[in-house]
Design a protein around this ligand. Structure first.
Ligand code: PMP
Length: 402
């Protein structure tokens, strides 16, 4: 995968006179030239607002925007582009579902199941809904390796359970949750299933029909695409029954002061001028990773993850690794003795190594692990074994300083 590094200009830069080792990919990935160039070309050559424009540029921009929707559909194997809603990112997609599904499908006393390892963006929208509607939230526990307890999960269902909303891959533990099996259990109990794919879609092939999930959400910026664009996939029959999320232009069929009717899917959920340059950039990113092959990317990142875990556990005295599930990918979270993760991150930064420290927007998970924060290295297709070695060697050096 080494030669793909040349596609990412930023990887050639130095920080503090040292080559950059970028291991903060779970927060956001770097962008290949083809994504930036696609967006620049659109601004320079094809910029016009989309939909309903009769002029050349508007029609061309609309073709690119709707072409991007088709690229997303193909990438996650949705049945129809009506099932692909563009949003600002995973967070907005989750808020859309909580708000619209919550409005249309949930009453006081109805239950939504989350897991211990959710990102705040898959917790707080449901708590806001709980305040508005009086729904009940339940949480799937996990064991010390970071594996969800499926027996406990089964036992959470009652005749009031309406939805399970769970991450496919934890942004802290790297655990790959068995979401296809979990969706089947939810469906057997008459509940819907949402997959937070923010950390799975960038790392291995995800097929919404194979998973048979009802919703899937992810962000463009974590899969080498631009910031500010994301996706909500929803089964057409379900999206069709859900009320609009925001009102405005684009999402209406006809407006009078007395009554408004809404556009067909997916436009019903896309009020206002969409980020049509962002969708074009996202399509370029999906084309880019598809050409490399998601299976190849998965195998490479898996190798980096195993190599990193192995070296850390053998060579760093006092290390505590968080997340040792058998099915795990691309994320390695750790603490060393009583050292503050922020100190580790700051000192590694001076050596050119970018990792993330803190609560990783998963404070309930931090509480479950009995810590305030962790350090986290996370990998992308352009990372190398040499970079992992540089990181582990640097960590040894830093730890010796204390
Ligand atoms: N869910 C998970 C599992 C994540 O890792 C993240 C980003 N760290 C989010 C949701 C939120 O994504 P965004 O900030 O792009 O909306």
């Amino acid at each position: 995968m080494q030669h793909y590094r040349d596609d990412f200009p930023i990887l050639g830069r130095e920080v503090y006179h040292r080559p950059l080792v970028y291991l903060d990919n779970a927060a956001t990935t770097q962008k290949p030239r083809c994504v930036v160039e696609a967006m620049t070309a659109q601004y320079y050559e094809t910029n016009a607002n989309v939909h309903r424009g009769v002029h050349f540029l508007s029609q061309r921009a609309t073709d690119l925007h709707e072409g991007a929707r088709e690229a997303v559909r193909r990438f996650i194997n949705a049945r129809s582009t009506a099932e692909i809603v563009f949003t600002r990112g995973t967070t907005e997609s989750l808020n859309l579902v909580a708000s619209s599904f919550g409005e249309g499908f949930l009453k006081a006393g109805d239950e939504v199941i989350l897991s211990t390892m959710e990102h705040h963006s898959n917790i707080v929208p449901w708590q806001l809904l709980r305040e508005r509607k009086g729904i009940v939230l339940k949480v799937i526990p996990m064991d010390d390796r970071g594996v969800l307890d499926l027996d406990a999960y089964r036992a959470l269902f009652t005749d009031r359970t309406r939805l399970v909303s769970c991450c496919h891959v934890s942004n802290v533990l790297g655990t790959i949750n068995p979401v296809a099996e979990m969706a089947r259990i939810a469906h057997d109990a008459g509940a819907y299933f949402l997959v937070d794919g923010a950390q799975s879609v960038p790392h291995f092939p995800v097929d919404v029909q194979a998973l048979n999930c009802d919703f899937l959400v992810f962000s463009g910026h974590k899969i080498y695409g631009p910031t500010g664009i994301g996706v909500l996939y929803g089964k057409e029959a379900l999206l069709d029954k859900m009320p609009p999320y925001q009102g405005g232009g684009e999402m209406i069929a006809r407006v009078t002061f007395e009554r408004t009717t809404y556009e067909r899917l997916p436009f019903k959920f896309e009020a206002g001028t969409p980020d049509y340059v962002g969708t074009h950039g996202l399509a370029a990113a999906l084309d880019y990773v598809s050409a490399i092959g998601m299976e190849r990317i998965a195998a490479h990142e898996d190798d980096l993850t195993r190599h990193c875990m192995e070296r850390l556990s053998c060579e760093i005295e006092g290390i505590r690794l968080f997340g040792e599930a058998p099915a795990k990918t691309s994320v390695v979270a750790f603490n060393v003795g009583h050292l503050h993760p922020m100190d580790l991150g700051t000192l590694l930064d001076r050596l050119g190594i970018a990792i993330r420290t803190g609560h990783h927007c998963a404070q309930p998970l931090m509480a479950r692990c009995g810590v305030e924060g962790m350090a986290r290295a996370s990998f992308a297709l352009y990372n190398t074994r040499e970079e992992v070695d540089t990181f582990v060697d640097a960590l040894r050096r830093v730890v010796r300083m204390f």
